[in-house]
Write a protein that binds this ligand. Structure first.
Ligand SMILES: CC(C)(COP(=O)(O)OP(=O)(O)OC[C@H]1O[C@@H](n2cnc3c(N)ncnc32)[C@H](O)[C@@H]1OP(=O)(O)O)[C@@H](O)C(=O)NCCC(=O)NCCS
Length: 158
């Protein structure tokens, strides 16, 4: 398996996979392309040989923003997903580990003390994955998704 930087040829797959796995939350077929085009967002895909051909199985989108004082960045894990037929094989953990590694690398050149993310209160798989990595709840009520689910903000010190 390999985790590599996404190219424009991967964007359609990322959009379609996100639209599928995030369907209960909202219209990710529209949201994802705007993130993919943003210069502050890094996209990576995981791929491996499956059934005789190289197959994309998961992706991460990692953005950076300055919430307060200029020069202090937060790494924002905008999305992490594994295609349904490859879930529960440890790929989510590998992708999350990689996202944390990337954010720590970015912290060598600039001040990136924290990684944050937003997860639906109803998303048991996501919440368990993030708790496993040490994320703590920062805000119980960070608004709502289009689908009506309460959004929680979580953070990890890097
Ligand atoms: C969240 C997600 C990325 C996890 O990916 P994955 O490859 O299935 O995760 P892993 O196999 O590495 O498992 C990590 C842990 O996640 C939790 N988990 C994964 N799927 C789960 C499920 N269906 N129900 C409950 N917990 C689940 C478990 O704690 C699991 O460990 P365990 O199976 O040993 O108990 C995947 O379910 C997914 O893509 N979901 C849709 C997108 C999403 O919700 N992303 C997170 C919010 S941005």
């Amino acid at each position: 398996m390999v985790i590599r930087r996404a190219t424009p040829a991967d964007h359609g797959w990322i959009r379609d996979t996100a639209a599928d796995v995030y369907r209960p939350l909202g219209d990710y077929a529209t949201i994802i392309p705007t993130w993919l085009e943003h210069t502050g967002v890094l996209a990576y895909v995981e791929e491996a040989p499956e059934e005789g051909r190289n197959c994309r199985r998961g992706f991460i989108l990692l953005g950076f923003y300055e919430p307060g004082a200029p020069g202090a960045y937060v790494a924002d894990l905008l999305a992490i997903a594994v295609a349904p037929r490859f879930q529960r094989r440890g790929l989510g953990r590998q992708l999350l580990r990689y996202a944390i590694h990337l954010a720590r690398l970015a912290g060598r050149d600039r001040d990136v003390p924290e990684m944050r993310l937003t997860v639906a209160e109803t998303n048991e798989a996501g919440r368990r994955l993030f708790a496993w990595a040490g994320f703590q709840v920062l805000e119980e009520d960070h608004g709502c998704y289009e689908g009506g689910q309460r959004a929680m903000r979580m953070a990890l010190a890097l």
